[in-house]
Design a protein around this ligand. Structure first.
Ligand SMILES: *Cc1c(COP(=O)(O)O)cnc(C)c1O
Length: 399
C-alpha cells in the first residue's frame, strides 16, 4: 500500500507516540490488514445486518462469547449494553430511551471504578437513561456493600478493568459477578484497553467491552461481546439511542480484520521489539544528571512494560513536566505518558512506535536535557500554570 503523506497537505505536525493509545493522538496506528479491509469495503454496498452477523462470529471466535457486534466506540458499548439490560428486546422501550419510565434504571459501579477516560463513565450510563449507583468508597469495596446496593431497580452492574481505576481495595471480578448473579443482575465489564479477550467472560462477566482502536490496532470502534440474547438487545438499540453511535461498514470490516490479525500476530516478536526500545532509552539516559529510569510492568497486567523516567529538577535543572512539554513542542512532537507527572516522573510507552522512532525519542530527550543544563535558570513552570495553559488552548479552539 502506498504511504501517502497526510500531514503536509493538512498542515499537521508529525507526532511520535511514546504515550499510549490515546484518543487525542488518533488512538493507535491501524494494522495493515484492517486498512486493507476498510479500503476494500468503502466503495461497496453491503447488507449491514449481515456484516454485523459476520462480526458476531469473529468476536465470538476471539472472545469465546456466544455473540458480539461492533459499535462506534467502547464508550458507546457501555451505553448500549446498559440500555440492553434495561429494555431487553422491547422495541417500544428501546425507542423511548433515554426515558426510562417503568424500567429498571440503576447501574451499580464500584466507587473506585468511576473513571474518566476522556469523559466521565457515569455520563455513558446516564445517556442510556440510567443512573450510576456508586458502591463502596474510592479504594474500599466489600461484598456486603455490593449485596446491600442491589435492589428492585437494579438493571445491571458495570465493572471497570483499567489503569484509570483504583488498583487496590476493590472486589475481584469473579466475586463481584458471583454476588450480582446470585440476585440475577447482569455484569458488564469495560475492558477497553485490556489485551485479554477471554479472561473477563471466564471470570463471570456477561458482557465485555473493548476498544477496537487500542491494543488491537483496529479502526476507531467498540466491540461488544456476550450471550446471544443480551447482545441482540444491545444491537437493537441501533434503532434507538444507538443511532447517534453509528459505526460505518469500514469500522466493522476493519474490526473483523484487526481481530483476525491479532490472533496471528507474532506477540513474542512485538514484545521483543518493545523490550529493545526500553533498553535503548535506558542506556541513552544512563549518564544524565538528575534522571533515573526503571522498567515498570503495566498496572493491569497487560503484557507490556514501560520506562519510568524520574527527573530531579535540582540536578537536571528542569522539571519532569517541563521536559514532557519540551518534547511535545519539538519537531517531531514526542508525546509521553504524563498523567502522573506531578510526582516528578513520566513514562515512555514503547507499544506504538514504528521504524526508527525509538532512536528519535532518545535523541530528543538528550537534546532537551542538554539544553536544560545550559539554561540560565532551572526550567520550572508551576503545575497550575501548565494545567491552565492546556485548558486555555481548548477554550480558544479552533484558533
Ligand atoms: C479508552 C477507554 C474507554 C473509552 O473507549 P473508546 O473506545 O475511546 O470509547 C472506556 N473505558 C476505559 C477504561 C478506557 O480505557
Amino acid at each position: 500500500m502506498k504511504n501517502l503523506d497526510i500531514h503536509r497537505p493538512l498542515g499537521l505536525r508529525r507526532v511520535i507516540n511514546a504515550n499510549g493509545t490515546m484518543t487525542y493522538l488518533g488512538a493507535s496506528s491501524v494494522v495493515p490488514a484492517a486498512i486493507e479491509a476498510m479500503c476494500a469495503i468503502l466503495p461497496e454496498f453491503v447488507e449491514m445486518d449481515a456484516l454485523q452477523a459476520k462480526a458476531s462470529r469473529a468476536i465470538a471466535t476471539a472472545c469465546g462469547s456466544e455473540a458480539g457486534f461492533v459499535t462506534s466506540s467502547c464508550a458507546s458499548g457501555i451505553v448500549l449494553a446498559v440500555a440492553a439490560a434495561m429494555t431487553g428486546p422491547d422495541l417500544a422501550a428501546i425507542e423511548r430511551l433515554p426515558n426510562a419510565g417503568g424500567l429498571k434504571n440503576e447501574v451499580l459501579i464500584l466507587a473506585g471504578h468511576q473513571v474518566h477516560y476522556g469523559a466521565p463513565i457515569e455520563q455513558a450510563i446516564a445517556l442510556a437513561g440510567a443512573r450510576a449507583m456508586p458502591v463502596g468508597q474510592s479504594t474500599f469495596a466489600r461484598r456486603h456493600q455490593l449485596e446491600g446496593a442491589i435492589g428492585a431497580r437494579t438493571a445491571c452492574a458495570l465493572y471497570v478493568v483499567s489503569h484509570h481505576a483504583a488498583q487496590y481495595g476493590m472486589l475481584p471480578l469473579d466475586e463481584f459477578a458471583a454476588v450480582c448473579h446470585a440476585r440475577g443482575v447482569p455484569v458488564i465489564v469495560d475492558a477497553a484497553s485490556e489485551y485479554d479477550l477471554r479472561g473477563f467472560l471466564a471470570q463471570g462477566a456477561d458482557v465485555v467491552l473493548y476498544s477496537a482502536q487500542k491494543f488491537l490496532g483496529g479502526p476507531t470502534a467498540g466491540i461488544v461481546a456476550g450471550p446471544k440474547a443480551l447482545i441482540r438487545s444491545a444491537y437493537l438499540q441501533n434503532l434507538g439511542i444507538g443511532r447517534c453511535m453509528k459505526v460505518g461498514k469500514e469500522g466493522i470490516a476493519g474490526t473483523i480484520a484487526a481481530l483476525q490479525a491479532w490472533a496471528t500476530r507474532d506477540h513474542a516478536a512485538v514484545r521483543q521489539r518493545e523490550t529493545e526500545h526500553l533498553a535503548l532509552w535506558q542506556s541513552a539516559l544512563e549518564q544524565r544528571p538528575g534522571v533515573s529510569t526503571a522498567i515498570e510492568p503495566d498496572p493491569t497486567g497487560n503484557p507490556l512494560d514501560r520506562l519510568k523516567l524520574t527527573v530531579d529538577p535540582a540536578k537536571a535543572l528542569i522539571t519532569a513536566w517541563d521536559l514532557a512539554d519540551a518534547l511535545e513542542r519539538g519537531e517531531p512532537a514526542v508525546s509521553v505518558r504524563d498523567h502522573e507527572v506531578e510526582h516528578g516522573y513520566f513514562f515512555l510507552d514503547p507499544c506504538n512506535l514504528r521504524g526508527d522512532q525509538a532512536q528519535v525519542v532518545a535523541r530528543r530527550l538528550n537534546e532537551e536535557l542538554e539544553r536544560a543544563l545550559l539554561a540560565p535558570a532551572i526550567i520550572a513552570t508551576s503545575l497550575e500554570q501548565r494545567r491552565q495553559r492546556r485548558f486555555d488552548a481548548l477554550s480558544r479552539w479552533p484558533d
